[in-house]
Design a protein around this ligand. Structure first.
Ligand SMILES: [Zn+2]
Length: 414
């Protein structure tokens, strides 16, 4: 039942402000990962609505979905993504550079399968992961990355620092948007961090979401859509200070924000990032209202282009049955009349149906046995990887519709 699955907030999750302005209504959608094995199974839907707190300016969802529900569905394993390994080494190098080249101990919040900590371990750093998923934590530990199976917050942090001491490196990647109480996570990071240490928080950056219209990144698991100013605000409230940022390729555009207990001068990169947000109007409701208007126009343009492509094709496939594509398909009303199915590499999704849009999810090797005339690249944030895969594995080089970033466009049309 939808009522049991989620709860509508009546005040801002962060500051308690009671005036929440609706920014963008994406309709009532099933939780993105509720794939069905049969079309006769029913799926609950929950309103997917973005709102903005008048008092603190933080943009968030109006509904809080029960964490137990999301948790039981949680299957993403970091190491399975091709680019993750290479990025984990770069992430480590950038982090160590900011602690003077070496660290004794590193803690990762929501460390998943330990891919990122492994890079630190290879550099001789003692590592510890904290992750709520029992099965993933057990596997990471068995593979040599000690991982405590727990939700991270101030309580877990006190136990970690009592047992292991303070860490020179503490980081949380793509965690803050998912937790209903991010301040507890930051307080925990502060607790674990040595006085001379450096913390890092990585998150999908709002300026890119707004500029490139990443409305497909809005789904029930993401409670918050942070601008840098929001994360800096929370750090400051905890007595921490941001001093640097690094752009990251994750999610089609993220920030890694570096912070410390002691005040350090802001780098030129951080100053420029702050100024950019002001230019985009992210500190005001207007910037977000303009985003919403553009998303609605994008939906119309994208569905028109897709239907034109459909009319010219005998067989047209989607590629990528991700949480992001679920939002895109549901919001744009795309279903079996528009696509013959969605190819996806994840075994556990095969022979299931997309949530709310009833498209069969097919293993790529099966999907390309009958070559499609066209492909709609729903997982557009992995465009290079997927184009390469379709060409090298299936010899397929046909026209591809890229829904995002920015305006939708067909590529490789002869
Ligand atoms: Zn607020």
């Amino acid at each position: 039942m939808a009522q049991a699955l989620s709860r509508k907030i009546d005040r801002c999750r962060l500051c308690g402000g009671q005036h929440l302005e609706t920014i963008l209504d994406l309709g009532s959608q099933p939780p993105a990962n509720s794939l069905r094995s049969s079309l006769s199974e029913t799926v609950p839907t929950v309103p997917l609505v973005l709102c903005r707190c008048d008092a603190c300016g933080v943009v968030q969802l109006t509904e809080t979905i029960q964490p137990e529900f999301l948790f039981s569905q949680y299957v993403w394993v970091t190491g399975t993504s091709k680019g993750a390994q290479a990025y984990s080494q770069r992430f480590r190098d950038e982090m160590l550079k900011r602690v003077g080249g070496k660290a004794g101990f590193a803690v990762e919040v929501a460390s998943n399968d330990g891919t990122f900590l492994r890079a630190f371990k290879e550099s001789g750093v003692k590592v510890l992961g904290v992750d709520p998923a029992q099965n993933i934590a057990a596997k990471a530990t068995a593979d040599g990355i000690e991982t405590v199976a727990e939700f991270f917050g101030i309580d877990a942090a006190r136990k970690v620092s009592a047992k292991h001491g303070k860490a020179q490196v503490v980081f949380a990647r793509n965690v803050l948007p998912h937790v209903p109480d991010p301040r507890d996570v930051i307080a925990g990071m502060s607790e674990c961090l040595a006085d001379d240490g450096v913390g890092a928080i990585e998150f999908h950056r709002a300026d890119t979401i707004v500029r490139e219209l990443h409305y497909d990144s809005i789904y029930h698991e993401h409670f918050f859509y942070y601008a840098l100013r929001d994360v800096e605000g929370m750090l400051n409230q905890t007595g921490l200070t941001a001093f640097d940022v690094m752009p990251s390729p994750i999610s089609g555009g993220s920030w890694v924000v570096y912070f410390a207990r002691t005040k350090r001068p802001a780098t030129a990169a951080l100053a420029a990032a702050r100024a950019n947000e002001i230019t985009l109007g992210l500190d005001k409701a207007e910037g977000w209202r303009a985003f919403a208007t553009k998303c609605m126009a994008h939906r119309d343009a994208f569905t028109k282009m897709l239907r034109e492509g459909r009319a010219m094709s005998k067989r047209i496939l989607g590629y990528g049955a991700s949480a992001r594509s679920s939002t895109l398909l549901n919001y744009c009303g795309i279903g079996p009349k528009d696509l013959d199915g969605v190819a996806d590499k994840s075994d556990y999704k095969h022979d299931k149906f997309t949530a709310g849009t009833d498209l069969p999810i097919i293993a790529p090797e099966k999907a390309f046995k009958t070559p499609p005339d066209r492909v709609v690249l729903l997982a557009w944030n992995f465009t290079d990887e997927i184009l390469d895969d379709m060409e090298t594995r299936f010899g397929w080089k046909g026209p591809v519709l890229l829904p995002l970033p920015g305006d939708p466009k067909w590529i490789r049309e002869s």
